[in-house]
Design a protein around this ligand. Structure first.
Ligand code: NAG
Ligand code: NAG
Ligand code: NAG
Ligand code: NAG
Ligand code: NAG
Length: 203
């Protein structure tokens, strides 16, 4: 009896979880306030830690930074780099700069960052020698699995076709067909099928 109830509860939770994570979200950093630092008052235009704490981030979502070239957008997976507020010692393998290499002051820019790795990651602006970051141009997020990566972010380009060596290589051969891309909604179906299989094993 108890086991049957438990199975029903698990099934219901799985369905709810699949439905809740039914779409990818674009998160505008700081909401309407955007990603800005006022150098005269030393203040950020939003409380970015509070903003980040109030959202759920999933694989395949984007962070949208509405900002200008007075701020930078640094993404890092390295807590030491994040805490230091500077990227002088940062490793290329875990820290990425998204400011597009522009250095004139105050030009508007929008930076989109796709969330492609599950787990904790950090963002900050290292402008003004790290002072912006020290004053709160910094936040941390935890990326959940959600629906998983959509095909558009998931599939590396297929490797170039190399004809097999030897004289037997005539025109009967054709390159391997590219894997057809599936729409994101099919992930949903896969989750449900897997969940059903899992439940069958439990019974
Ligand atoms: C989210 O942002 C990405 C990157 O800028 C864009 O390609 C996509 O169309 C946006 N999606 C929505 C629903 O606005
Ligand atoms: C902002 O910070 C800088 C450097 O820390 C300091 O020189 C300046 O006086 C500060 N300005 C205000 C308005 O607090
Ligand atoms: C948290 O998010 C909700 C819904 O998006 C919003 O109404 C609320 O104002 C936010 N709270 C804070 C503290 O940002
Ligand atoms: C994190 O970055 C610091 C430099 O900011 C570097 O010294 C350290 O090795 C990095 N840690 C890892 C685990 O890569
Ligand atoms: C950008 O920074 C420069 C130098 O601190 C300042 O003079 C300018 O007003 C800022 N522009 C904007 C749009 O914030």
């Amino acid at each position: 009896m108890a086991a049957t109830k438990l199975r029903l509860i698990v099934a219901a939770l799985l369905v709810i979880a699949a439905a809740a994570a039914d779409a990818y979200t674009n998160h505008t950093v700081g909401g309407d306030a955007g990603w800005f630092f006022d150098s005269t008052t030393n203040k950020t235009s939003a409380d970015y830690s509070a903003w980040a704490a109030n959202a759920t981030f999933n694989l395949g979502d984007y962070l949208i930074f509405n900002t200008n070239t007075n701020q930078t957008v640094i993404q890092t997976y390295n807590r030491t780099t994040y805490s230091s507020c500077i990227i002088d010692d940062a490793l290329d393998s875990d820290t990425f700069q998204y400011d597009g290499g522009r250095n004139e002051f105050g030009s508007a820019m929008t930076i989109s960052v796709a969330l492609t790795i599950e787990g904790t990651q950090y963002y900050f602006s290292d402008a003004n020698d790290g002072e912006q970051c020290q004053q709160g141009m910094a936040f941390e997020i935890k990326v959940e699995h959600g629906l998983g990566l959509p095909p558009s972010l998931n599939q590396p380009p297929p490797p170039a076709y190399v004809p097999p060596p030897g004289p037997a290589n005539d025109e009967g051969q054709s390159p391997p067909a590219a894997i057809a891309s599936t729409p994101p909604s099919s992930n949903h179906a896969i989750i449900l099928v897997l969940a059903s299989l899992f439940l069958c094993f439990l019974v």
